[in-house]
Design a protein around this ligand. Sequence first.
Ligand code: MG
Length: 165
Amino acid sequence: MRVGLGYDSHRLEPGRPLRLGGLEIAAMVGAVGHSDADVVLHALVDALLGAAGLGDIGDWFPDSEPRWRGADSTIFLRETLNRVAAKGFHVRQADIIIVAESPRLGPDKERIRQRLAELLALPTDCVNVKAKTNEGLDAIGRGQAIACYALVALAEPGEHHATQV
Ligand code: MG
């Protein structure tokens, strides 16, 4: 078993789309970034790359590249999953924490979980999404930013598991 940790954050501004975990979330603010600024997928990609010993998201999808402008981050996830699979690893589990003061994501977290399970080809109970505020502290607490932490577990080549999918 291998584990990887990922983290990402983006600024929030009014009038922009907010994408989290590959889903459009209804909100008054959206994240600012070179791609679609999906903090959940960016943190998840970094967790996967970390677990597989493959570096970080900036190594593979640099924000200096014009072709990633406005890119759908599910592309980053799919390419990352291919690289992880090419090394013989199998994704077993993902645990996600989204930190945002506004919008409140409690009502959306189950939908995000289902979508991530779909994207990772995992049973829903192998994916977990937690939504927290930052208790009014710092830029996240002021509603100016959103952050996400992701932890993933990978089975190594030949490792046997009861939850084979
Ligand atoms: Mg990012």
